[in-house]
Design a protein around this ligand. Sequence first.
Ligand code: F6P
Length: 555
Amino acid sequence: MNAFKAIPDTGNAAIQQAWAELADEAKRLQDTHLAEMFSADPERFKRLNVKHGPMLLDYSKQRLDNSALAKLGSLADACDLKEWIERLFSAEPINCTENRAAMHWALRVPADTALQDPAPGVFSSVQSQLEKMGGMVRKIHNGQWRGMTGEVITDVVNIGVGGSDLGPLMVSRALNDSTLIRDKPLGIHFASSMDGSQLAQLLKLLKPQNTLFIVSSKSFTTVDTLYNANTAKVWLERSLGGGDELMHCHFIGVSSAQQKMNDWGIHPENQLQIWDWVGGRYSLWSCIGLPVALRIGMIGFNQLLAGAHLMDNHFRSAPWQNNIPVLMALIGIWNTNCLNINAQAILPYDGRLEKLPAYLEQLEMESNGKSVTRDGQMVQTHTCPVLWGEVGPNAQHAFYQLLHQGTEVVTCDFIAPALRYHEAMHNSDSEELVRQHELALANCLAQSRLLALGEDALKGEGELPDYKRYRGNQPSSTILLKELSPFSLGAMIAAYEHKVFAQSVIWGINPFDQWGVEMGKKIATETLGVIRNEAKPEYPLDSSTNGLIDFIKNQ
Ligand SMILES: O=P(O)(O)OC[C@H]1O[C@](O)(CO)[C@@H](O)[C@@H]1O
């Protein structure tokens, strides 16, 4: 179905013209099956893939061609994407509803950069916090960070939620078997859920005298985190007693709210600073990434930053035809706005990337799940699609049925490293593991092929009954990394970040705020008062909420 019920009227003739031309392209291609596109052009992959650094993006299984791409490029030009990219790489407060810059890119600028500071002291304050974090990492790794009883810290628990959890969690899991950490066995754990589920499990296993908590919260007001942190504090106090020494030995804080960290009792030496110009979901590159640095060491952390910096430079300088994040953005615009595909699955074929779908859900949906433009108008196009995902091979045994034979069109991102286990050739089990990696790669390629081509993927199957048929034409992109390393992961995450930004420019929305989550927090506070019999609601509650509260209270 053609998504263009009406060409969006943005009041800008060039943008409108670009949308109109895209509508024609969508009409031209709407009935062309991917199988036809591949058989009509044996060079299709060559035309529709791009490589940069450790990353390859194959978008030949997307339902577009060079002509449609050219029109998408014209749309990007009409929306002044190039100028907006330069505005991102400056101290301009492009997060207009919060009057803040969005300088997460500054977090990965190397110490010896020739780049000009976007505002006085930005680069130097980033470096000084990284150095402070490096000092803590060394102390913990060397066994010099002692608990209150003088025992070595063996376990670190990151308490945070959203961007203060998902980024560090995803990256630490992804790089869990990095060679950099072989000699440094340190338990690194994460507690995010406000109901205390994860923390309760951890507190059963950990020993207070050996455990260090990182309270990670940009705002230091997030109740999920503060409740978990309070539970941890009480747990420590019960065995070790309270006081300044306990706080000094067992808590690190990472936040932009220094006074709030002071008030909570984080010792000044244990405070790591972030800045209001780092959005929560863009913060893993800052000291919010402390669990990552603990996992892979500062050398590894710097490689992660270097990979992201490589992608920053690429995004800033490459023409859109070769620009990985811009192409990812344009493909998304094509799917969402031209083909009416509003679902996207993230499918890593590497178990180490198990948390990538959750991380990208926040990055994309909290950034671009918006319906009001920067000018305060209602958007006239769809914006962010619904994202979800799972480790691909496992998802094959769960929801791929819908992808192959359901009624929904879904675009998929297949993600895999080309090499794995190669560095462990001396291990006796490595040959078997290499074979397992080959198996995963074969499945990755086979699934994207079958989804694209349908039954054409396996000619010679003969006439199939309807229930066995594969219609195909499900579009996908494949991202291959040379291998999964701090550097390549940094580059890939930054590519997704910039994709999100480029799409926000085309949709005319601000990707750096999240006002949609605020009212829920307020109402929850009021509801808590009612559940605890401490307050009456300001407004009469609806019958559903009343009924549910009655049930809870009657138990
Ligand atoms: O780091 P904080 O301030 O605790 O916020 C955690 C998360 O909460 C949100 O503000 C949404 O509620 C996210 O944007 C953020 O990553």
